[in-house]
Design a protein around this ligand. Structure first.
Ligand code: OGA
Ligand code: MN
Length: 420
């Protein structure tokens, strides 16, 4: 006869064991903890610091690119102001109803990161947020909810609005995956829910080439058309950052440009490279795939490298909207403590050059940081009567739009792929 396994076999204290066996179990538990600690990395520790609720995180070392922000002297010394290209020769910014940004920032000894804080005026931000919900989070674009629910063809937001306005009879969104067998006494998960109830559960939508998150590959056979305004936005940014950078005053002869910031060498740490100038020919840039992330207040995005694109040289353009986040970015190693910075509504981050292959993540979305102009009580844009429902959703939300070029300029598009 076999003895049934005790239910507490995984815990350290097991009363059925002899003293010697118990000692062994405790030793093994300590070894497991030690191994967990060995897997701990500098990057991980920083993420954990910002994720902590009790105690709340120390934000002293979070870089703040707003003019006049109270950065520590050590951080302030690393910020390099960069003059952006304001030509807008192709009218990309004008087409967005925005004027070209003039001021960007880099970080010393951290080549490839370009931040353009406060890039979009309030009305442009509102339009982007509305479009994300009404135009882009709509089939055939895929979302995280497609694994469980049959998203209505008009999209969740539009369905929710029509039902709310009483134009449509409430039509619940049906669950396509059978309800899991639930434990006795527990309620079954409903097989249908309202569109409104699902909206806070929206986490991502993919644009252009759709992405298979488990295989970490693009589906190359059935690309969606890339939304023109988002493509235009990414092209505008890539045009603005071309040939910007910083050079050391006594560095090797670099061609002088009004878009190169000259650093005095005396202030430089000895190990600092002479400079970094970002160059990616805007004429060769194609926005081909994008992700819109919808974060609720307690969501985070763990450290990762976006490495599924064949083209790892084109800048990755990323736009923040809504509540403020803490963004962390390091290099290719988890043993390097990352830089952390605030990303506020309207900020743009470009990951270029070596930073395109860097580990990065969002450990925290800061609650109650929605700017006044995105709340419903704001009267500056009072004529925007439809904003109220968006404002209610945005109270707890951060939206991130990020755009990638997947292929190299001289690529052979796969059959059925997007032709340039
Ligand atoms: C991503 C990403 C960053 C952000 O989606 O790959 O890194 O700011 N997002 O949300
Ligand atoms: Mn990423």
């Amino acid at each position: 006869m076999t003895t049934p396994k005790p239910a507490f076999a995984n815990t350290a204290f097991q009363p059925h064991l002899s003293r010697r066996q118990q000692k062994k179990a405790l030793f093994e538990k300590a070894a497991r903890e030690q191994a967990g600690y060995a897997n701990d990395t500098a990057f991980r520790r920083v993420e954990r610091q910002y994720r902590s609720r009790v105690p709340p995180p120390d934000l002293t070392d979070v870089l703040d690119f707003r003019p006049g922000a109270p950065n520590t002297p050590a951080l302030a010394a690393r910020i390099v102001p960069i003059a952006l290209d304001t030509e807008d020769s192709n009218g990309y910014w004008a087409g967005l109803g925005a004027s070209p940004p003039t001021q960007g920032y880099m970080v010393r000894n951290f080549p490839g990161l370009i931040v353009i804080p406060g890039c979009f005026a309030p009305d442009v931000q509102r339009r982007l947020i509305k479009d994300c919900l009404r135009r882009y989070a709509v089939p055939p674009a895929k979302s995280n909810l497609d694994a469980l629910y049959l998203t209505p063809p008009e999209g969740l937001w539009n369905r929710y609005k029509r039902e709310g306005a009483g134009e449509a009879k409430p039509e619940p969104v049906t669950r396509i995956v059978p309800t899991p067998a639930t434990e006795k006494g527990k309620e079954d998960e409903p097989t249908a829910v309202t569109a409104g109830a699902l909206i806070p559960r929206l986490r991502w939508v993919t644009l252009g080439y759709q992405y298979n998150w488990s295989a970490k590959e693009y589906f190359l056979d059935a690309p969606q058309p890339f939304p023109a305004p988002i493509g235009q936005l990414a092209r505008a940014v890539v045009g603005s950052i071309h040939d910007v950078g910083y050079v050391a005053a006594d560095g090797p002869d670099l061609i002088s440009s009004p878009r190169h910031t000259w650093l005095s060498s005396s202030a430089e740490p000895a190990d600092e490279p002479t400079g970094y100038v970002h160059r990616y020919d805007p004429a060769g840039y194609e926005p081909e795939a994008g992700v819109i992330n919808f974060y609720q207040a307690r969501d985070s995005l763990m450290a990762h490298v976006d490495r599924s694109e064949q083209n790892m040289e084109a800048p990755l353009v990323s736009v923040s909207l809504g509540n403020t986040a803490i963004f962390v970015i390091g290099d290719e190693s988890r043993d390097t403590p990352p830089l952390s910075m605030y990303l506020r509504s309207g900020d743009i981050v470009c990951m270029c050059g070596p930073r395109r292959r860097a580990l990065h993540g969002i450990p925290r979305v800061l609650e109650d940081t929605l700017p006044d102009y995105l709340t419903s009580t704001d009267d500056v844009l009072a004529e925007d009567f439809e904003w109220d429902s968006f404002a209610a959703y945005m109270t707890t939300t951060r939206i991130n739009i990020n755009v990638r070029q997947v292929f190299n300029k001289d690529r052979q598009p796969p059959s059925g792929g997007i032709e340039p």
